[in-house]
Design a protein around this ligand. Structure first.
Ligand code: HEM
Length: 151
């Protein structure tokens, strides 16, 4: 059996692959009638910020924590969005298609990445029910996701 790289990020092929994933995903989101209205304030920096977040979650450098406000800023970005389960499922559908297009053809890797998105979108939806400006307290460090799920 060939040995797996230590982190999911290494198996993914690095941050540039996550940039492509994020780009492909948001192209689909902005063309989707159910999701496009949720992303009315979308800018291209969003694509880069999502790639940086994912790079950290999947075992890379702590750049989102060090430069972009960390776990709390990520959660805060979703306050007040009132994400419905239908919207969350569409988000998952479009992201799963992007994973299949952009990530290496490794079944376990793709499964772990999609599991992270299922977990993360559930939290995003919960947080989105609270109004903008809600004090979230200290949510702890940015989560890390590996070959066995949440680290
Ligand atoms: C694992 C799941 C998710 C991750 C990793 C994620 C990641 C992010 C990140 C990093 C940002 C900040 C972007 C920036 O600074 O420009 C953000 C903002 C945002 N997210 Fe998510 N997100 C997730 C789930 C969702 C879901 C399910 C929805 C809606 C269906 C959603 C809607 C939004 C919107 C609308 C914003 C932008 C808010 C604004 O304009 O400032 N996200 N997300």
């Amino acid at each position: 059996m060939t040995e797996r790289p230590r982190t999911l990020l290494a198996a993914i092929g690095g941050i540039d692959v996550l940039r492509r994933l994020s780009n492909t995903f948001y192209e689909a989101v902005l063309a989707d009638p159910l999701l496009a209205p949720v992303f009315a304030d979308f800018t291209r920096t969003h694509i880069e910020h999502v790639a940086v977040w994912l790079g950290e979650v999947f075992g890379g450098e702590t750049r989102f924590t060090d430069e972009l406000g960390g776990h709390q800023a990520l959660l805060r970005a979703h306050l007040g969005l009132k994400i419905t389960e239908e919207q969350r499922l569409r988000w998952m559908e479009l992201m799963t298609a992007a994973v299949e297009k952009e990530l290496p053809d490794d079944e376990l890797l793709r499964r772990r990445v999609v599991e992270y998105f299922d977990w993360g979108t559930t939290i995003a939806r919960e947080v989105s029910a609270d109004p903008e400006g809600t004090d979230l307290g200290d949510p702890g460090p940015t989560p890390r996701w590996g070959w066995d799920g949440l680290v």
